[in-house]
Design a protein around this ligand. Structure first.
Ligand code: OOG
Ligand code: NI
Length: 461
C-alpha cells in the first residue's frame, strides 16, 4: 500500500532524470548543443508532418518526448550491480532484458533499468543501460586480481543514499523531503571524477587489456557515460551534426530509414578526451576518454516473429558486407540494409496482419450496436472503424547496435574475440534477481489496451 505522504516512485524517477540531465549538461557542454539540435529537429518534424504529430498526441508520447532520454553506466562487481538494482527500484525502475556484448568483443553483459507499465512510462521513460564488467575475461591472472582488489576497495554509493534505499525498502516509500535528498545523493554515484584511483602505469596496464576495463576499474564510481535524447528524425540530426561541430559515427545503428519506424535507430559521436590525474601525479596529466554523445529514434516494438525477421535481415546485410560497417563502406552498408529490409512490410496494417509488431488499440467515435459488438472479432472492429491502432513504442535496446556504439567509442583496437558463452544466469546471480522479459511486457500492454477498448465499447452501448 502506498502511504499518502510518500512520493510516487515515478515522480522520483522524473526528478532524478532531470537532475541527471542538468548535471551532464554542466559536465559535457556538447550535450547541450546536441539537445538543442534534437529539439529543433523535433519541432521541424512536428510542424511539417501533421500525421506524426497526431500519432504522438493520441498515444500521449508528445508529453514525454522532451523528457525522454537514456543513460549508460558500467559497474565492476556483483555487489555494485545488486545495490544499483535496489537504488533504481526506489524510482520504479526494474531490470528489463539481458544483453551479452562479449560476442562483439566487449567484456560486459548488461540489462536496462526502466519503468515497465505504460502509465509509469508516460510520467518518465528514463532508462539506464547498465553493464557489468566480466573480470573473468581478463586473461592475465595478476592483472585480474589487481582489478578485483581495486574494485573491492571502493564504495560507489554515499552512506546517505544507502540509508534512504533501506528506508524506502522497509517503509514502502519516501516522503517529499527524503525523495529530494535521495535524488541528490543518488546523483553522486554517477558523477564524473577528475582523478583516477590508480597510478599512471596501472591505468596503462588495465587499458592495454581493454579500454573498457580501465574505464570501470580506475575510477571512484560508474560515471554516466552518455545521456541520449530521442529524436523524431535521426537522419536529419545525423546530417546536421557536422555543422554543429559534432562528428557522428559512420553509420546509423539499427534498421534502415522506413515509412513506419521499427525498434531503435542510434548514432553517436566519439568520446571526449578528458584530462585526469593519476594517484602518482599531483597535477592533471593523463587523459581518459569515456564520455560520448548519442541520439536515438524509437519505433514500434516487434513481436518475437518480427524480431526474428529483423535479426535475419540485419545479419544477411552484414554477412554480405563481410566487414564491420565503417567510414569506408558506409554507402554500401546503407544500400545493403535498404535492399534486405525491403522484405519487411512497411505499413502498420501489413505488420499487424503478419503479427510482426505490437500495437495499442483505441476506441473511435463511431457508434456501435450490441449485436455488432457481440458478433465482431478484433479485426472486424478495426476494419469497421470502431477501433484504431497505434504502434507500441520500443522501450529497450538492441545488442548489435549497443556493440556498435561501444566499439565506435572504444576504437578499433578493441575488437577482441572472446571464446565464451553468454551467461544470463551469472548476471542474474550478481543482480540478485531475474531480469524481466521485454516481450512479455509488450504483450501485456497490448492486451490491456484491447481489454480496455472492449470494456469501453461495452459501456457505450
Ligand atoms: C553502453 C553502450 C550501449 C545503447 O544505447 O545501445 C548503449 C555503454 O557504452 O556503456 O548505450
Ligand atoms: Ni546508449
Amino acid at each position: 500500500m502506498n502511504h499518502p505522504s510518500f512520493v510516487s516512485p515515478d515522480l522520483i524517477r522524473q526528478r532524478f532524470s532531470r537532475a541527471m540531465s542538468d548535471m551532464y549538461r554542466e559536465e559535457v557542454p556538447l550535450y547541450g548543443a546536441l539537445m538543442e539540435l534534437v529539439e529543433q529537429t523535433n519541432r521541424h518534424v512536428l510542424d511539417s508532418n501533421p500525421l506524426i504529430a497526431q500519432q504522438l498526441v493520441s498515444t500521449g508520447e508528445i508529453e514525454r518526448l522532451d523528457l525522454e532520454r537514456h543513460g549508460a553506466i558500467r559497474v565492476g562487481t556483483a555487489q555494485e550491480l545488486a545495490t544499483l538494482a535496489r537504488l533504481f527500484a526506489v524510482m520504479g525502475m526494474q531490470p528489463v532484458g539481458y544483453y551479452d556484448l562479449s560476442p562483439a568483443g566487449v567484456p560486459v553483459h548488461s540489462t536496462a533499468f526502466r519503468a515497465v507499465h505504460e502509465a509509469a512510462l508516460q510520467v518518465s521513460p528514463f532508462r539506464v543501460f547498465t553493464s557489468l564488467l566480466r573480470l573473468e575475461l581478463i586473461d592475465d591472472v595478476e592483472l585480474r586480481a589487481f582489478a578485483q582488489s581495486v574494485l573491492d576497495q571502493r564504495s560507489i554509493f554515499t552512506p546517505a543514499a544507502l540509508s534512504l534505499i533501506e528506508r524506502s525498502e522497509t517503509l514502502g516509500g519516501l516522503t517529499e523531503q527524503e525523495a529530494d535528498e535521495f535524488v541528490e545523493q543518488a546523483l553522486e554515484t554517477f558523477r564524473w571524477h577528475h582523478s583516477a584511483t590508480v597510478t599512471a602505469e596501472q591505468y596503462q596496464q588495465l587499458s592495454a587489456q581493454h579500454r573498457l576495463i580501465a574505464d570501470v576499474v580506475a575510477f571512484k564510481g560508474p560515471h554516466i557515460n552518455h545521456l541520449t535524447p530521442r529524436t523524431l528524425d535521426i537522419d536529419i540530426v545525423q546530417a546536421q551534426m557536422p555543422a554543429h561541430g559534432i562528428t557522428p559515427k559512420a553509420v546509423i545503428e539499427g534498421p534502415p530509414r522506413r515509412q513506419c519506424p521499427i525498434l531503435l535507430r542510434q548514432t553517436s559521436f566519439k568520446a571526449l578526451d578528458e584530462p585526469i590525474a593519476f594517484t602518482d601525479q599531483h597535477q592533471t596529466r593523463g587523459s581518459h576518454s569515456a564520455r560520448f554523445g548519442e541520439i536515438e529514434q524509437r519505433g514500434a516494438a516487434l513481436t518475437p516473429k518480427g524480431r526474428a525477421l529483423y535479426d535475419r535481415l540485419l545479419n544477411a546485410a552484414r554477412d554480405e558486407l563481410k566487414d564491420f560497417p565503417s567510414e569506408a563502406n558506409a554507402a554500401r552498408y546503407n544500400a545493403l540494409m535498404t535492399q534486405h529490409f525491403s522484405e519487411f512490410p512497411d505499413t502498420w496494417e501489413g505488420m499487424r496482419h503478419q503479427g510482426l509488431a505490437y500495437f495499442r488499440y483505441f476506441v473511435t467515435e463511431k457508434n456501435l450496436d450490441s449485436n455488432t459488438l457481440k458478433s465482431s472479432t478484433l479485426d472486424d472492429l478495426l476494419s469497421g472503424g470502431y477501433l484504431r491502432l497505434e504502434p507500441l513504442v520500443y522501450e529497450d535496446f538492441l545488442p548489435v547496435s549497443a556493440a556498435g556504439i561501444f566499439q565506435s567509442n572504444l576504437g578499433d583496437a578493441a575488437q577482441t574475440h572472446y571464446g565464451v558463452h553468454s551467461n544470463q544466469h551469472a548476471f542474474e546471480t550478481a543482480l540478485g534477481r531475474s531480469t524481466l522479459d521485454e516481450l512479455a511486457l509488450y504483450e501485456e500492454c497490448q492486451q490491456r489496451s484491447i481489454e480496455h477498448c472492449l470494456a469501453t465499447l461495452g459501456k457505450c452501448l
